[in-house]
Write a protein of this length. Structure first.
Length: 134
C-alpha cells in the first residue's frame, strides 16, 4: 500500500488539520471543498450558483493534482444548508460530469464553515495508466 498526500495551489489550501486529499494506491479521498477562491482564500462573490460552481472547480483542481479528473469520482457527497438548492446542484453538476454519474448523497445541514451554502467531498478511483514507448 502506498499513501500520498495531495496538495495543489489551484485549490484552496487546507484551513485546518487535514489534507486536500489523500491517495492510497488508486483510491483518492477528497476532503470537503467550500467555495473559497484559491488565490485569495475568500468566499467567491455571488449567489449559490457561484458557490456551487466554485466548489466543483476546487474539486476538479484537487482531482487533477491527484492524477485524475472528475470522471474518476465514484462517490460524491453534497452538503447544503438549503436543500431547495439541490436542483441547482444537479444543473451545474451536469456541466462537470457525464454519464455514468458517480454515486451521490445530498445532505441538508444546519451550517457549514464560513457560513457558505455548499460543501462537497468525494472518493475517486483512478484509472490504470497506460504508458507507450515513443
Amino acid at each position: 500500500m502506498t499513501k500520498e498526500i495531495i496538495q495543489t495551489s489551484k485549490a484552496p489550501k487546507a484551513i485546518g488539520t487535514y489534507s486536500q486529499a489523500v491517495k492510497v494506491d488508486r483510491t483518492v479521498y477528497l476532503s470537503g471543498q467550500i467555495p473559497l477562491v484559491p488565490e485569495t482564500m475568500t468566499i467567491i462573490d455571488g449567489d449559490i450558483t457561484a458557490q456551487i460552481t466554485q466548489v466543483f472547480d476546487n474539486l476538479k483542481a484537487v482531482a487533477e493534482a491527484a492524477g485524475g479528473d472528475l470522471s474518476d469520482i465514484v462517490k460524491l457527497n453534497v452538503f447544503l444548508t438549503d436543500l431547495s438548492n439541490f436542483l441547482l446542484v444537479n444543473e451545474i453538476m451536469g456541466l462537470y460530469f457525464q454519464e455514468p454519474y458517480p454515486a451521490r448523497a445530498a445532505i441538508g445541514v444546519a451550517a457549514l464553515p464560513k457560513n457558505v451554502g455548499v460543501e462537497m467531498d468525494g472518493v475517486m478511483f483512478l484509472k490504470v495508466q497506460e504508458y507507450s514507448a515513443s
